[in-house]
Design a protein around this ligand. Structure first.
Ligand code: ADP
Ligand code: MG
Length: 156
């Protein structure tokens, strides 16, 4: 895939599948941007998120928080497998929810396809491994530039 892939949108309500209760909340953004990448395989990816918690019309003064993230791109069974959803677990401890925040996502690499799990425990164990893979991949020198604001401000 042509990484980096850029997706963005406001953080919207997900399906309430209890991600937060499992300790892995996922910020959902509208899936429309995926239409640009119809051949992008479903699965688990890593990347960086730039989050504007208080979006301002004056983009020069908008402060952006940049964090590593793990995300899944996959078919949402609620929509008869025609619509894919984008769910992003940000590798950062937030003190508050941030529904409505402007989220910009740079998808930088693929981790694995999506599997069916026999138990919730097996799923959560795998996601923890994905988080490790994401952190260690994103520590690579080639990705250092994405940790700086400039790269993001140019995009916004
Ligand atoms: P929903 O079904 O509405 O997506 P989740 O249980 O997946 O609910 O929780 C997602 C929400 O939790 C996000 O929209 C965000 O406001 C909040 N949140 C808090 N910490 C994180 C985090 N580290 N990563 C992603 N979302 C987080
Ligand atoms: Mg979610």
């Amino acid at each position: 895939a042509p990484f980096p892939i850029k997706l963005s949108g406001p953080v919207i309500k997900g399906f309430g599948r209890g991600s937060k209760e499992l300790g892995i909340p996922t910020a959902n953004i509208p899936p429309e941007g995926l239409a640009t990448y119809p051949d992008l395989p479903s699965g688990v990816y890593y990347g960086y998120v730039g989050l504007s918690l208080s979006p301002s019309p004056d983009t020069t003064s908008t402060s952006i928080e940049i964090h590593p993230a793990v995300l899944s791109i996959g078919y949402n069974p609620f929509y008869k497998n025609t619509v894919r959803s984008v769910e992003i677990h940000i590798l950062h401890e937030f003190t508050h929810d941030f529904y409505g925040a402007a989220l910009n996502l740079l998808v930088l690499g693929y981790i694995r396809p999506e599997y069916d799990y026999v138990s919730l425990e097996a799923l959560v164990d795998d996601i923890k491994i994905d988080c490790d893979v994401a952190r260690r991949s994103l520590d690579r020198e080639t990705y250092a530039r994405y940790k700086e604001d400039g790269e993001w401000k140019a995009w916004l």
